[in-house]
Design a binder for this molecule. Sequence first.
Ligand SMILES: [Zn+2]
Length: 449
Amino acid sequence: MDHQPFWNPVIETMPREKLVQLQLKKFKRIFNWTYSHSKFHKGLFDSAGVTPDDIRSLADIKKVPKVEKSMMRDFQCKDPFPYGDALCVPLEEVSIFRQTSGTTGQPVYQPDTWQDWEWWSECWSYILWAQGYRPSDRVFIPFGYNIFVAFWAGHYAAEKLGCEVVPGGVLDTQSRILKIQELQATAMMATPTYILNMADVAKNKMGIDPSLLSINKITCAGEPGAGIPSTKKRMEDAWGAKVFDHSGATEIGAWSYECAHQPCGMHVNEAMFLVEIEDIKTGKIIEEPGKKGKMIITALDRIAQPCIRFDSKDVIEWDFGPCSCGRTFRVIRGGVIGRADDITKVKGVLLSPAAIEEVVRSIEGLGDEFEVIVDKQGDIDRIKLKVELKPEVAQSSIETALKDQLRLKTNLGYRIEYYDYGSLPRYDVKAKRFKDLRKKHAIDKECRL
Ligand SMILES: [Zn+2]
């Protein structure tokens, strides 16, 4: 079993025509379940005139109305407390509470039953097996186990695979590094921000070279960094390990993963999720590869608070052709490229913080941290970029390259401020590097991709 490349060979290499049939069968089942158990969903579907009898083919799915996050906040004000009327099971069947981090507003609560939780860890098992986790691995999880789902299901899945799991809960960064060293852990899971932060602490505060520790693979989630080539390279170089991308969300599930062939993108677990890409301008579903749009996603097996045609605002695009690993699950190119509501217009130009990250991390003399601040002087937008110089690096040696690359990749000019290494804020989970200080009404959030 250990040499077998797939967690579930039948599902992961299923011919596409069969896979699509499976998706339709599962969609009908979850739609039926939700229609008959969730008051909120029944009202939504009835108002669009869609009943379970109307879903006969995958094309019919487009008739099903999308669910926005704001709708979830609304239904959670209703009974039963605290989840509201999209809850499809009696409250006593809910076995775990989670909530979203609330970065885009009021947090959304997420109930799961034990069956849902087994489904979560099954989804993560696909991820970990594809990234080379095997029973011989000792997996260190440097995450503050709490109300955020983060790496909880990764933890359960690693146990399910037969790995040995070390929960690195409330330890501080230095203690975590010492534990990894002491136990010779072989794998870990964290946000890209924290992976880089840990490497920095090991190297510069403890005199430990993380690439000489025993970690040989790292699974990232929570931020797009592992899909940004220069950030991925920094992490791989620092730890001497393979770094893999994964994307999931509290209200969706663990829906995608990079495989060991590192196809510069992530497979969508199409046996568990139905992903549609919607053109942001026209609202049409994009089938062809290489065209960006926002993800509409359905979790095909989640029952307590179903996720049906959820408007995730994640910007993605289909890749061309199948992956060399043999999985028939489609790949999204470059992972999650950004968020539709994250991409802001500055001086009339669309700005993606990920593009700035790609530039900063590709310049050798700069530290990992940076900050982008957008404000207004009169009617003119201004962007300030704060970067850190690595010790003994002269500003003059990188200034031109940084300016040129920024202009090339983002089409914008910046006021760049250089700081001493270690002076910008460090983060343990998700970073807050992008600040838009312009007045709310002045922010043009129109997203044209
Ligand atoms: Zn693959």
